[in-house]
Design a binder for this molecule. Structure first.
Ligand SMILES: Nc1ncnc2c1ncn2[C@@H]1O[C@H](COP(=O)(O)OP(=O)(O)OP(=O)(O)O)[C@@H](O)[C@H]1O
Length: 274
């Protein structure tokens, strides 16, 4: 099995408005299997467009103007993401990739118990599973994300924000994806809860071996959780290196500027959650 999970080559996205916005410009990168890759850069630099674009989740006026995306499946197959038709793409997204986005916890259905919402994921995507198997999986998932199976019959409003976000992570884990894309997944949570969830994500990927693309403008947080960090500026990746290198020996002026813009980085480095 190759060490690379995803190869992105010369990927560009333009928003076809007047005047056109070149949101992602000729980005190439390789995502390693099992790594957490942080995507950093200030608001509007193109992080979300890049992450959604490689999954072909963008809608008009977004246009992918160049590039290829290859997914090196655990089975050994190489999947050319651009060549998939709509149905194949839908299945690919559910089976191989999952997403946790900012405020995802508010996407839970307020009138359905959380155990049932998890159960629905299996019912739809794993119709061959028996009711008993589904129940066992739901309980296990709730344990894995430390919500606890006893909460299975809770409604979303009966849980804290942190717990609801964990339920969303359980949902993202359900089909055992090889890649999890997290777009500001903990931004709405207080710092302690955020740290606890990040620690868990880090442990889970070690246990299950999936890769994570973690998007945030919070560089200090990325330095703690990521194996490598890509720094984006105006649609381009200006630097991609290990967290250690970014922290101790940043090369690009923009990376230095970003690091300097976080005052808490001027002291000792925080507790590393990895
Ligand atoms: N639907 C759209 N139409 C036109 N321009 C857009 C659209 N969506 C995004 N853009 C522009 O594309 C650029 C990249 O936006 P994107 O949301 O990818 O950045 P980002 O780094 O994820 O920002 P944030 O951290 O604020 O989410 C920005 O200049 C933005 O204004």
């Amino acid at each position: 099995m190759s060490d690379t999970l995803l190869s992105v080559q010369d990927f560009s996205v333009v928003y076809d408005v007047d005047p056109p916005v070149e949101a992602v410009k000729n980005v190439s990168l390789e995502l390693h299997r099992g790594e957490i890759l942080g995507l950093a850069g200030e608001s509007g630099c193109g992080k979300t467009t890049l992450a959604y674009g490689v999954q072909r989740l963008l809608k008009p006026p977004a246009v992918i103007t160049s590039g290829s995306v290859l997914f090196h499946d655990a089975s050994g197959d190489d999947i050319d993401v651009n060549a998939l038709d709509a149905e194949e793409m839908r299945r690919f997204r559910w089976d191989k990739i999952s997403m946790v986005f900012q405020g995802a916890m508010n996407a839970l259905n307020p009138v359905v118990q959380i155990g049932k919402q998890l159960d629905d994921v299996f019912q739809v995507h794993r119709p061959e599973m028996s009711r008993k198997q589904r129940l066992a999986e739901v309980k296990e998932l709730l344990e894995i994300v430390k919500v606890g199976e006893q909460r299975m019959r809770s409604y979303p409003h009966e849980l804290s924000g942190g717990m609801r976000q964990r339920v969303m992570i359980a949902m993202a884990l359900a089909l055992r994806p090889q890649l999890m894309v997290m777009d500001e997944p903990t931004t709405a949570l207080d710092v302690l809860v955020q740290r606890e969830i990040l620690r868990q994500i880090s442990q889970l990927r070690r246990e299950f071996g999936f890769s994570v693309v973690f998007i945030t403008h919070d560089l200090p947080l990325l330095l703690e959780i990521s194996d490598r960090i890509a720094i984006m500026k105006e649609g381009e990746i200006v630097e991609l290196a290990t967290s250690e290198q970014i922290w101790t020996d940043p090369q690009h002026d923009y990376t230095k500027k970003l690091l300097a813009s976080f005052p808490r980085l001027t002291g000792e480095r925080g507790v590393v959650v990895r």
